[in-house]
Design a protein around this ligand. Structure first.
Ligand SMILES: [Zn+2]
Ligand SMILES: [Zn+2]
Length: 278
């Protein structure tokens, strides 16, 4: 929480005294892409749901990109996320907007977004299933996730310093490519729990409040097709229609074309017809 509140303050300060330049926007864009690959593809689809296999180096890169977002160690993230699916919007779901807050939608939304982090559901108290960190890449990123987070701040700082050859340029890289990027990426990740369990379209009877939110899918590398994901969590693809853009799945297809991803699991929408609401 210190990281996230500190990053928010740093972003507000930067907006006041360091207006973003063209390179800052580029750094934020590439940071957003890296965060999407790290969390949606690496932490979520590869590790938590094991919906595809990746080469050891690809695993390491994806999980390292995930750690750079400030979402914590992958083993805790994956286990928390599995817990969310197991108890979705019922007692035991770590970040449901309705669980215990039925009388106050705004309070429930804010709890699902990030206040759940303050509720004492501390990852280190959780027994993590052994399949999650059976691989060396996972154990490495678990051990070094704080160093990777710092690397995620230093990389844009170095790029901006090298491009401008000034200390002010380095500050731009740190504040916009580092802190502001952390704020943006984390609000998008948390939004899957808040926005996509509060609003949007329910296509399948999942027994929870998961929804498809098309505009959020564009921001979140396809995570916004959240009702599709809840009905078929083991599938690497969240898209059930040709027009549903899922950039995370496209990234997996590209990785498979390059021979660094395999065993891509898919659950075809035709197999889910009986579960449709509409
Ligand atoms: Zn969900
Ligand atoms: Zn999931």
């Amino acid at each position: 929480m210190l990281l996230h509140s500190g990053s928010l303050v740093a972003t507000i300060v930067a907006a006041a005294v360091l207006p973003p330049n063209g390179l800052d926007y580029l750094l934020i864009f590439f940071g957003w892409v890296a965060g999407g690959l790290g969390i949606s593809v690496g932490y979520h689809r590869m590790l938590a749901h094991r919906s595809f296999d990746a080469s050891p180096l690809t695993e390491l890169v994806l999980l390292s990109l995930g750690a750079m977002t400030g979402q914590g160690a992958p083993r805790y993230w994956a286990h928390l996320h599995r817990t969310h699916h197991r108890y979705s919007d019922k007692i035991g779901d770590p970040h449901s907007p309705v669980n215990g807050y039925a009388g106050s939608p705004l309070r429930g939304f804010l709890r699902a977004h990030f206040f759940w982090i303050l509720e004492g559901y501390l990852p280190r108290r959780i027994e993590v299933p052994s399949d999650i960190d059976r691989k060396g890449s996972v154990r490495f990123v678990n051990r070094h996730h704080l160093l990777l987070l710092i690397a995620g701040l230093l990389i844009p700082t170095t790029v901006s310093a090298a491009a401008s050859a000034t200390v002010l340029g380095a500050a731009h890289g740190l504040f916009w490519g580092g802190f502001a990027r952390i704020v943006l990426v984390n609000h998008i990740i948390w939004g899957v729990n808040s926005v996509c369990h509060s609003t949007g379209r329910m296509v399948y009877q999942t027994g929870d409040f998961s929804r498809n939110v098309w505009w959020f899918a564009l921001l979140s590398f396809g995570e916004g097709w959240h009702n599709n994901h809840h009905i078929a969590a083991a599938s690497a693809s969240f898209t059930h229609r040709w027009w549903q853009i899922d950039m995370g799945y496209l990234a997996i297809l590209v990785m498979r074309a390059f021979g660094v991803a395999s065993s891509v699991r898919l659950i075809r929408p035709n197999a889910l017809l009986s579960m449709r609401v509409t």
